[in-house]
Design a protein around this ligand. Structure first.
Ligand SMILES: CC(C)(COP(=O)(O)OP(=O)(O)OC[C@H]1O[C@@H](n2cnc3c(N)ncnc32)[C@H](O)[C@@H]1OP(=O)(O)O)[C@@H](O)C(=O)NCCC(=O)NCCS
Length: 165
């Protein structure tokens, strides 16, 4: 398993990973139409239509993008920017094998090099125990939020502060 910086060329594989993982672990409470709205462009991640591929390319790249790769296959992705962990997905077959931890540790290490001393994340409810195990703390109650055109999603705002080294 290797963590590396993600590139534009990874976007189709990242899109497929996000589509499957998001739908399976985070959207099962919603009906199929709302799931598609919450998925936004990712609902077409398995399409070869150039317009769909372009739409995925419009949402995947991020100032800080990391992928976990197992024998050339992308099995995890973290998208972030300064002070913000925007999204994190690990394929179901790879859960509880330390992949999420490795991605977050790499993001935190590179964030600290930029002088960042805190990171916030709007965690899915599914991921709250994971982030707690990584040292993130709840900052408010659960919030209802939107994702693309969908509105039926709950998130838990969380934050981690780094101690001075
Ligand atoms: C949340 C997620 C990224 C975690 O990835 P992962 O690779 O399975 O996590 P790790 O194996 O690195 O877990 C590290 C620790 O976090 C905790 N943890 C992880 N998943 C957990 C779960 N489902 N329930 C309870 N604790 C969990 C455990 O303490 C774990 O250590 P352990 O396995 O030694 O007990 C993954 O479950 C996922 O992709 N979920 C669906 C998408 C999602 O909700 N993403 C968050 C968006 S903000």
């Amino acid at each position: 398993m290797k963590i590396r910086v993600g590139t534009k060329e990874d976007a189709p594989a990242i899109g497929r990973l996000i589509a499957t993982t998001y739908r399976t672990y985070n959207l099962s409470h919603a009906d199929p139409e709302e799931q598609d709205r919450l998925l936004g462009p990712f609902r077409n991640a398995f399409s070869d239509d150039p317009r769909h591929r372009e739409a995925i390319l419009g949402v995947v790249p991020s100032p800080m993008l990391y992928v976990a790769v197992d024998r050339d296959k992308i099995v995890g992705v973290l998208r972030g920017r300064k002070n913000v962990l925007a999204s994190l997905f690990v394929g179901g077959a790879y859960h509880r094998r330390g992949v999420g931890r490795m991605l977050v540790e790499r993001f935190e290490k590179d964030s600290r090099k930029l002088g960042v001393n805190w990171i916030r994340v709007a965690a899915t409810l599914y991921a709250v125990p994971f982030y707690q195990s990584m040292g993130y703390k709840k900052t408010t109650g659960v919030r209802r939020c939107h994702s693309f055109e969908g509105t039926d999603l709950k998130q838990q705002p969380m934050k981690k502060r780094f101690t001075k080294r």
